[in-house]
Ligand binder design. Structure first.
Ligand SMILES: Nc1ncnc2c1ncn2[C@@H]1O[C@H](COP(=O)(O)OP(=O)(O)OP(=O)(O)O)[C@@H](O)[C@H]1O
Ligand SMILES: [Mg+2]
Length: 356
């Protein structure tokens, strides 16, 4: 899978930009505020229909414009060209994949998997557990069959149960959803656990290179005790849950925790270490995806040079050069990125929202 062409209209400061990337590494160079992150953000938006910087579509549409538009060609693993188009105004969104309108974002994600590492990525470690669940579920969704359907079923049952708890309906009414929650929750946990176990060897192989003697540990917690039965927890905690108005235990409370040399990565390691760890989490994911699916994904790395010291930068570049994926790297100074290990490279120079 490869992005072969992208036309960007009215996205941030990119009024009208067209690029034809290569399958190897695409280096985006430009001064501060030239539009480097915006360019990567546009590629990310194509895959996720959301940004990694903002929740608000008005932030993304070029000031004083009515809509943004992204038109792309994706080359599938079977070498077919799949056109993908998005037009987004403040209150309307149109997405076309292979010339047909689509409603579900998941349909695009499957065709065009994109991962990003950017200066705010460390929040994956310091931020809320929901971000780490999202990280995990990106992979579960792509690699494990049946996850999306199970998650939709679980979410629906959880919403119904929470609504019953909140409106203080009778215990019988609240318990109505327990079976469905229990069944889907255990299935989701099984898929998450399976994916997590597949990810581990890639992650640890990387942390050994980057953290040397310092032991890095990563754990998956499923959202309820390993020793306890979820159905029983749902039944036994009903009184408490009706007071609070929500369901305590389940895969919606799953978590990933990380330790370096026995200390919490959330509170006890440096920002640089957090940034490195998150980069390794994403790289492990990209490696696992590519090997499991036998299809390369796209990786965006914003401001690579600013993120890491020169030793770690060299090490990351060396790891990246051995991965069979399509890469988009951005940097302010071209000299800071050594691309000699790649066969196929292309340089894009951005200046005031234009490619020159
Ligand atoms: N909706 C918008 N309309 C027009 N311009 C915008 C919009 N949103 C952001 N900008 C501007 O786009 C410019 C490019 O921002 P971007 O974050 O892409 O720069 P960058 O090249 O990544 O810079 P840096 O090196 O500082 O990270 C900035 O000047 C920003 O203020
Ligand atoms: Mg930037």
């Amino acid at each position: 899978m490869e992005l072969t062409r992208l036309q960007i209209k009215n996205f941030r400061n990119l009024e009208n930009v067209e690029l034809k990337p290569v399958q190897g590494v695409n280096l985006i160079v430009g001064d501060n505020a030239s539009g480097k992150t915006s360019l990567l953000e546009a590629i990310y938006y194509l895959s996720h229909i959301r940004s990694f910087r903002t929740q608000k579509v008005t932030d993304l549409i070029l000031r004083n414009s009515q809509y943004l538009q992204l038109v792309a060609n994706i080359k599938s693993d079977k070498k077919h060209i799949i056109p993908l188009g998005i037009r987004r105004s403040r209150n309307k969104s149109e997405i076309r994949l292979n010339k047909k309108p689509i409603k579900r974002v998941s349909d695009i994600a499957k065709q065009f998997p994109v991962l990003a590492i950017h200066p705010d990525s460390y929040k994956l470690i310091t931020g809320s557990p929901s971000q780490r669940r999202q990280y995990l579920d990106w992979g579960v969704f792509h690699v494990e069959h049946g996850f999306f359907k199970a998650w939709q079923r679980f979410k629906k049952a959880l919403m119904q149960r929470n609504a019953a708890l909140k409106s203080k309906q009778s215990p019988d009414m609240c318990q109505l959803w327990n079976e469905e929650i229990n069944e889907t929750a255990n299935y989701i946990d099984k898929l998450r656990q399976r994916y997590f176990n597949k990810l581990l060897p890639y992650f640890y192989q990387l942390t050994k290179q980057f953290f040397g003697e310092e032991l890095v540990e990563i754990y998956y917690k499923r959202g309820w005790s390993d020793e306890k039965d979820l159905l029983q927890l749902l039944e036994n905690n009903l009184y408490k849950e009706r007071l609070k108005g929500y369901t305590y235990y389940g895969p919606h409370r799953a978590e990933i925790s990380l330790k370096v040399a026995g200390r919490s990565a959330q509170t006890c390691i440096s920002r640089g270490q957090q940034k490195t760890l998150v980069a390794l989490m994403r790289l492990a994911q990209a490696m696992q995806y590519t090997e499991a699916m036998q299809v390369p994904c796209v990786l965006l790395y914003d401001d690579l040079a600013a993120e890491l010291d020169s030793k770690h930068r060299q090490l990351i570049l060396s790891v990246l050069s051995k991965m069979n994926i399509q890469l988009f790297l951005s940097t302010i100074e071209k000299q800071q990125i050594d691309l000699s290990a790649w066969n196929e490279t292309k340089l894009f120079h951005v200046e005031h929202g234009k490619l020159i």
